[in-house]
Design a protein around this ligand. Structure first.
Ligand SMILES: [Cu+2]
Length: 70
């Protein structure tokens, strides 16, 4: 395994609990190239790591999970 070569962070004010984390992780993990999804419930940040990440696709996945990006 090589280290992920890219990382994107999004501000998602609506995340508040484990359900939010699971919903976002489930959707964003489906995006091609995504290797890791971290949802920080304190900072309200979603950090996505992987290779050749598609910013628009990640945003769409977060939207699909039911959350707005600030
Ligand atoms: Cu929640």
């Amino acid at each position: 395994m090589t280290a992920p070569d890219q990382q994107l962070t999004y501000s998602v004010p609506g995340v508040s609990c484990g359900h939010c984390r699971t919903a976002i992780t489930t959707e964003v993990t489906k995006v091609p190239g995504v290797e890791r999804v971290d949802v920080d419930l304190e900072a309200k940040h979603v950090t996505v790591a992987g290779a050749q990440l598609d910013d628009a696709a990640v945003r769409a996945a977060i939207d699909e999970a039911g959350y707005d990006i600030a």
